[in-house]
Design a protein around this ligand. Structure first.
Ligand SMILES: Cc1cc2nc3c(=O)[nH]c(=O)nc-3n(C[C@H](O)[C@H](O)[C@H](O)COP(=O)(O)OP(=O)(O)OC[C@H]3O[C@@H](n4cnc5c(N)ncnc54)[C@H](O)[C@@H]3O)c2cc1C
Length: 415
């Protein structure tokens, strides 16, 4: 396969809800549509290995539509760069392939935000969505006591999932204040499906402590167990557990559109109402344009799919629905904004860049991400700043702007 060139009309990067919806919509035109994803299966973060098995009507509808259409799927392929106009490079198990396109839809999703606190790099401390992904892949948590902490609705989703797999949830520690959570809940009155979903989730988690305005301060290893210190109402509380699942909302994966020169505004790909980026041949859908959840990803994917094949009427018919999901994204952003107290968690010897072992004490003497990278190698390890970049943006208010090819580590022989 190495050295292969594949040419397609509509190339979609990302096989999550946004990419799948975009593919189905674009294929209505009869044009050649190709989805590329770095996982072995479609489904993205929410469905993953459980795609088609977990009873989600949205997922099942998309799977059926994908099966009916002529859509090419390239799994286990990671886009890492570009070699010329309208052409991307992907690393696969069998070497590098080149993908040519007329229109590109970027649907690369998001990742979790991690913040540095003492103990966050200990074995047993996971990203919340990361632990959920491991369990979806077969990792056994039955009988394990798990503390879920951080911020955002993903915490509840993960806690419920882990509980359904036999874990005992010690608590769900949410840093957003109770007043904001109440306002967020009241704001859902005009999104009845979401409200019902939220209430059902809460009822399944009944009895599990869910302190708001509370945050994780540190984790330390005590024998076989972990002890997590939580700040709650000015007091410290300790929780003993086997695992900590911790995530501070999501960060969009915008490395590819940044590399291709798309305009990025406040950390997201800037798109017009048709999901078109500042580059006429590139559209974007789902989390890279705003963290809005699965409904937003699906509707934006559809609009991008129709717009990429000039089916503007069909795209326009979906604008009102998309605008409602955009309002939800705005309210997520306001509700789960990180509080200033989290700026004080890292101690001098706390690692911020875990790939290159760079501590908070070393980083705080620099003035910019670029300067810190040059002097300390912060952000230059295998994760290429995907973890510490977002932490530094929050901790030091640095502008993390240096995207260079390859955007993922690639074997030398494939470069
Ligand atoms: C770890 C995690 C777990 C989550 N779990 C849930 C959950 O259980 N329930 C829920 O409601 N929401 C969950 N979310 C939020 C969920 O991702 C969104 O609500 C929404 O589904 C996003 O859809 P999307 O299509 O925009 O992105 P995604 O579903 O993230 O799909 C993007 C896809 O693009 C692929 N990709 C990215 N870059 C490249 C590249 N360079 N080359 C090839 N492929 C690439 C990714 O691997 C991924 O498969 C989770 C988010 C994260 C980060």
């Amino acid at each position: 396969m190495s050295g292969t060139t594949i040419t397609t009309d509509i190339l979609i990067i990302g096989g999550g809800p946004a990419g799948m919806a975009a593919a189905v919509a674009a294929s209505e035109s009869g044009r050649r549509v190709t989805i590329v994803d770095d996982n072995p299966r479609l489904g993205g973060q929410i469905w993953r290995a459980e795609l088609g098995k977990n009873g989600s009507p949205d997922a099942n509808k998309l799977l059926a539509a994908l099966a009916e259409r002529r859509i090419d799927l390239i799994n286990n392929a990671q886009i890492f760069g570009t070699d010329r106009d309208r052409s991307l490079l992907a690393e696969t198990g069998a070497g590098t392939i080149t993908l040519g396109y007329n229109k590109l839809i970027v649907a690369t999703g998001a990742r979790e935000r991690f913040l540095a606190f003492p103990g966050w790099t200990l074995p047993g401390v996971f990203g919340a969505g990361g632990l959920q992904a491991l369990v979806k892949g077969g990792f056994d948590v039955s009988g394990k006591r798990i503390l879920v902490a951080g911020t955002g609705p993903l915490l509840l989703v993960v806690a419920e999932y882990l509980r359904s797999k036999g874990a005992q949830i010690a608590a769900i520690v949410e840093q957003a204040p109770v007043s904001k959570i109440i306002r967020f809940g009241l704001g859902l009155w005009n999104a009845p499906a979401k409200l019902a979903q939220g209430l059902e989730l809460r009822s399944r988690l009944a009895g599990i402590p869910y302190p708001k305005g509370s945050w994780i301060k540190s984790v330390r290893k005590t024998g076989e167990m972990l002890t997590a210190a939580i700040s709650k109402g000015g007091r410290e509380r300790q929780f003993e557990c086997e695992y900590v699942a911790c995530g501070f909302h999501l960060v969009p994966n915008i490395e590819l559109p940044s590399l291709l020169g798309c305009s990025i505004v406040q950390g997201f790909v800037s798109v017009d109402e048709y999901q078109r980026s500042s580059i006429p041949t590139i559209l974007a859908a789902g989390e890279p344009t705003g963290i809005g959840g699965v409904e937003a990803a699906l509707i934006e994917g559809k609009i991008a799919g129709f717009a990429s094949t000039d089916e503007t009427r069909k795209a326009e018919a979906l604008f009102a629905k998309r605008d409602r999901t955009s309002r939800f994204a705005e309210s997520l952003k306001a509700t789960f904004a990180l509080r200033n107290e989290l700026l004080t968690l890292a101690e001098a010897e706390t690692f911020v860049c875990r790939c290159e072992d760079v501590t908070f004490g070393v980083l705080k003497d620099f003035n910019s991400w670029r300067e810190a990278k040059l002097q300390t190698r912060c952000g230059m390890g295998p994760c290429q700043g995907r973890v510490c970049g977002a932490a530094c943006e929050f901790l030091f208010k640095w502008h993390v702007d240096s995207v260079r090819p390859p955007i993922f580590p690639v074997k030398l022989e494939n470069l």
